[in-house]
Design a protein around this ligand. Sequence first.
Ligand SMILES: [Zn+2]
Length: 458
Amino acid sequence: MVDFGMSGILKNILFKQLISFSKCVAFLYQKRFSYYLNLIYMKKQYALLLVLLVFSLGVIAQNAGPIYDVLVKGGHVIDPKNGIDGIMDIAIKQGKIFKVDKNLNPKDAKQVVDATGLIVAPGVIDIHAHVFAGTQADHYLSDGLSALMPDGYTFRVGVTTVVDCGGAGWKNFATFKKNVIDVSQTRVLSFLNIVGEGMRGGNYEQDLAEMNSKFAASAAKQYSDYIVGFKLAHFNGEDWTPTDRVVEAGNLAKLPVIIDFGGSKPNLPIQDLFFKHLRPGDIYTHTYAALGGAREEIVDEKNNLKPFVLEAQKRGIIFDVGYGGASFNYSQAIPALKAGLYPNTISTDLHTGSMNTSMKDQLSVMSKFLNMGMSLVEVIKASTWKPAQVINRPLLGNLSEGSEADIAIFNVRKGNFGFYDKTGFKLKGTEKLECEVTIKGGKVLFDLNGLANPIYVK
Ligand SMILES: [Zn+2]
């Protein structure tokens, strides 16, 4: 406050000196003959003006305040998009990544997060979650009781963006937006269900009359800020029509599709799905599921990955985890990873039926892949930059200057941990990810141990 007062007085003095200087110029113009006399006077005026200017600029600089809103200091940054894997500081300003550099000055920030000894990654993107929560008892994952409001399940595990995977359809997207997207701090996007009523369960997801490509595509255009693609799930008939309808919607709106391949008997061949029906950039979710013959599996009876699966990945088909309550088996994942089929994207399939089973949360799923042999960089890439590319959101999932300031800060805990699947098979592991701090849009929204200083910013 004192500085501010001094600055006001200085401005006043400067103003008076400028007036005086102007008068001097006018005087000189009129009285050229007294040139030498006035030159001496002007020199004095110039000198005083210069001293005051320098002094005043110093006072103004002192009053300018911090440059950054938040500074994440001293962490090991892993940003796969930019090939960063080392100790760096990250400065945030106005909700965006402002600067990533070494040794940024904490005095320049309003709030400093001490990330020493921790992993700093882009905010995690879970592209398969079910967050269209509601109170309709017979609506399953579409405004029903089995979906979960996102904020309670995201920031505590480093997730800043979720894609609701087919909960809403083209008939009820507006309800989803009003009740969930608009009231959540988590960034909520949508794979819109090709079925008008969304993932309502029962006969709705078997009814071809509900699967309308044009209506789905037009909803995607209307809500292009939120809808990132289309979903087909749970169809049981031996019929390619639903698959082709969802791809048609994808073609009309120029968006990818994600397939939870149905339980037809006999099974429709996944080789045909990958090579004859889906396009590069389309997503196959529940990659490592063994469903007792309800769907063709990627690993055969002799524990060998079917060779065409790797070919499909090379073709550009995206293999997503979509862990869920029943859709992940080590009997598929271990041989598949050994044969080189790493998931392109790691996701949870979060809902009431998976959150307390072997799935638990995004970090639990990421930790399983870490302990199955994926590197930390690969696990983070499959949970940040790759999903951002898959849903065509290039300002998410990375720490480039100008990108959204979504950041997840992890502790890699060392110890003896058990990672089991739905069959009870348990993999022992020595590393487990734990979320320390989550920043979304430049704001600290979760802080496990109070690493931010100050903890609260006014
Ligand atoms: Zn799902």
